[in-house]
Design a binder for this molecule. Sequence first.
Ligand code: PGA
Length: 257
Amino acid sequence: MTPLVVANWKMNPQSATEAQWLFSMVAKNTKAIHGADIVVCPPFVWLTTVREYLRKEKLRVSLGAQDMFWELDGAFTGEVSPSMIQELGCSYVIIGHSERRLHLHETNEMVRRKIQSALKAGLKPILCVGEQNREGTWTAFVAEQIKRALEGVSAKALARLTIAYEPVWAIGTGITDSPEDAMSSSIFIRKLVARRFGRKKADSIRILYGGSVNDENVGSFVSQEGIQGVLVGHASLDPQRFAKIAAIAASSFDSRR
Ligand code: PGA
């Protein structure tokens, strides 16, 4: 399975000029990497800028949005629909990122609706799950996030889903999960998916690790059998480091073959 390396720029950078520069550098530095699918998720407002560049240069980097609304159109002030992000060239969309769950109070029910809507629109959602801390019943917490998000998802649509396991305490803190624990969590998540869809289907989806991934630690995550890529926040704003992360992911999968 080709690994997936996702850049989540979050609310950066602050101008279209910087966004174009950043994207052009990411594109240039990742041009020679063939063994990984690379997705860049800029803020909504820079998607047009980035897309124009992508078109002109005929690059193979895919675009993703950091969120979307579940309704298709109508009176929803400030929201962005699935077809709007598709119009701007997105094939992927991050859903249920912990920062949205925390700051915007996104619930499992909202995440479920967004997953449904994204799949219906033909998008490839990247569902983010992860526990706040390792105390008590964290596995039950993650299991509930997965169970709710997958409600109503068909076996056919599942093939377009990616799950990113991102322990909240590891996001933006510089403290990663241990590769072994990240692997156990990915196995746990895959078992939950298998319970609903069967082993074969569950084995066909990609499970990513996210949380303080950088060019120095990525190798220890992507060398784990159950992990097929990474979701990168902070380090994705440095085009050289991001390209190094993608290259390490690609070569680690090459050596697994
Ligand atoms: P980080 O963010 O790499 O800065 O920890 C990851 C994420 O939020 O997806």
